[in-house]
Design a protein around this ligand. Structure first.
Ligand code: NAG
Ligand code: NAG
Ligand code: NAG
Ligand code: NAG
Length: 510
């Protein structure tokens, strides 16, 4: 019976393998974490390896067939056989070789490669990743005023990066922006794409194979013009396109749609799909409140600090905002990132109804860390030294890694609202640790205070969220500017008010 049992165990393995594969199909949300996107690089490398192996197999076939053609002197004119041996050879070839060629042409040794490609499908980014990555590019353009033609060339804030974009990429961005009703921006990307496409005619076949024929650009052009109300212009272009690609059904469909819109004089839809990001100036420049505040070594809060004072920069007195320099060591920062990085999940936000939900204005992944590790315990002690607050009853640490253009729209950290119960325990203060340098972008901005802080690995920002009355202080409205270059890592700890009755210093006396 050994055979049967091994067959059964094989079946079990297969069942396990398929159920495992199913369990893997989750939304990956790559675009919102630079760390997670690192995993895509090895997937792409694997794909390229498969394609390379495919060319090897294909080349073997080509070589074999070419050898045969050469052996048969195929290039020369047909010569009828004139002796017994030649007749024999002809008969043999067409009886035996013929069948072998049928078999050979049917063989597809790359089937296994196709299976390999399909096996990595659960790890591929999704349409949502495309949408979020495009929005990130657009947001970066708006916040940092980056012209489209410069971005296409890979120039970001006057620095040349090896990141120029090709016509297909421009088309994808234009198409996504069109869906978001960002018509003017979509048109810019589309024009850049068409110009490049026309300059690279040798690549047309490759682009077409990859799903972006030149006709796509015209179709999108017509859609954007139509949506913006430029219908006469759209019609002219469409008629030209129909002459160039007379067999393309989609153009004829676009034509009747456009004619109908003209006939019924349909209102163009120019309403923006989402609000604009505000307060760009302090994302580009470091903003400090006008009155010059000062730096000092703070050694007053705890007895420990009298031995090891912290370098503190007072940024605002009311509301109280301070920046501590070099408070977490390089080793501790790296250790925290290692603790956090393996199961980062999409960060949610608390909504009006106190329910946590995914938020399109928070493109970051996060992990909660508790106080059980030596390093988090060390940081907790540091927070107590920095703030003199008692952390028991406060939230855990939240470590965050931002995505492409990762940002967090304007928000408050306090949670109390009109519907909160009387005894609601709110977040009295926020401590935010920067766990990476961000070469370009990624500042924390307080628009009302006209204050921005650029991330510096090992430094920490601390502010009070509440007025003395316990009401939320609306001036603490803040956001994270989009990251352009680098991977933005931040760790926050919110301090709850219940433990702090006698610990909050009386600010009017400072
Ligand atoms: C590609 O071929 C190489 C050499 O034969 C082999 O080591 C590698 O595993 C193959 N890659 C894949 C993805 O099949
Ligand atoms: C761009 O690539 C070239 C060659 O690969 C390299 O020498 C150069 O340093 C890169 N530039 C940037 C800004 O990464
Ligand atoms: C703290 O986090 C670790 C790692 O996630 C977990 O194993 C442990 O159970 C947690 N401890 C407490 C007290 O929540
Ligand atoms: C030191 O920091 C604590 C907490 O941030 C603050 O209450 C105290 O006033 C600071 N000391 C000075 C001299 O600013």
């Amino acid at each position: 019976m050994p055979k049967a049992s091994s067959l059964i165990s094989l079946l079990c393995v297969l069942v396990l393998a398929t159920s495992h594969a199913k369990a893997n199909i989750v939304e990956n949300n790559y675009a919102i974490s630079i760390y997670d996107m690192g995993k895509l690089i090895s997937h792409e490398h694997y794909l390229l390896n498969i394609l390379e192996n495919f060319t090897d197999l294909l080349q073997n076939k080509v070589d074999t067939i070419e050898n045969y053609l050469e052996m048969m002197n195929y290039e020369e004119d047909e010569k009828p056989p004139n002796n017994a041996a030649e007749y024999f050879r002809l008969i043999r070839r067409l009886h035996l070789d013929y069948l072998n060629w049928v078999w050979y042409l049917e063989q597809q040794p790359w089937e296994v490669l196709v299976a390999h490609i399909i096996a990595i499908a659960p790890h591929m980014p999704s349409a949502k990743d495309i949408q979020e990555a495009t929005r990130a590019i657009h947001l970066i353009q708006i916040v940092y005023s980056l012209p489209t033609d410069k971005m296409v060339e890979g120039i970001l804030m006057d620095v040349q990066y090896n990141a120029s974009l090709n016509p297909m990429e421009c088309y994808t961005i234009a198409n996504e922006l069109f869906k978001d009703r960002e018509y003017a921006a979509a048109m810019e990307w589309l024009s850049s794409g068409v110009d490049m496409y026309n300059a690279e005619t040798d690549k047309e076949e490759l682009y077409t194979q990859l799903g972006v024929p030149l006709s796509n650009f015209y179709e999108l052009f017509v859609k954007i013009q139509d949506a913006q109300g430029g219908r006469g212009y759209a019609m002219t272009e469409l008629k030209t396109a129909m002459k160039t690609w007379p067999e393309q059904v989609s153009f004829r469909r676009a034509h009747s749609r456009l004619k109908m819109n003209i006939r019924i004089d349909k209102e163009p839809n120019t309403e923006k799909a989402r609000p604009e990001f505000v307060y760009a100036h302090c994302c580009t420049h470091e903003c400090r409140p006008t009155s010059k505040l000062f730096c000092l070594y703070n050694s007053t809060t705890s007895s420990f600090l009298r031995l090891a004072p912290l370098k503190m920069e007072l940024l605002s007195l009311d509301p109280y905002v301070v920046l501590y320099h070099d408070v977490v060591s390089e080793e501790d920062v790296e250790r925290i990132k290692i603790l956090a990085q393996e199961d980062l999940t999409r960060a949610t936000t608390v909504h009006e109804d106190q329910v946590l939900r995914e938020d399109p204005y928070r493109t970051t992944k996060a992990k909660w860390l508790n106080d059980t590790d030596e390093v988090t315990q060390r940081v907790s002690r540091l927070i107590q030294d920095m703030t003199n607050f008692d952390l028991s009853g406060s939230d855990m640490f939240q470590v965050m890694n931002y995505g492409i253009g990762g940002y967090y729209g304007n928000h408050y950290d306090f949670l109390r609202n009109a519907k909160s119960p009387k005894n609601f325990v709110d977040r009295i203060a926020t401590t935010m640790f920067y766990l990476s340098d961000v070469p370009l972008g990624g500042a924390t901005v307080f628009p009302v205070l006209k204050l921005s802080v650029f991330p510096k690995k090992g430094s920490a920002l601390m502010w009070y969220n509440l007025h003395h009355s316990g009401e939320g202080d609306k001036r603490t409205f803040h956001s994270a500017c989009p990251t352009i270059v680098g991977s933005r890592w931040v760790m926050t700890r919110w301090i709850r008010e219940i433990q702090q009755l006698f610990r909050r210093p009386c600010l009017t006396q400072i």
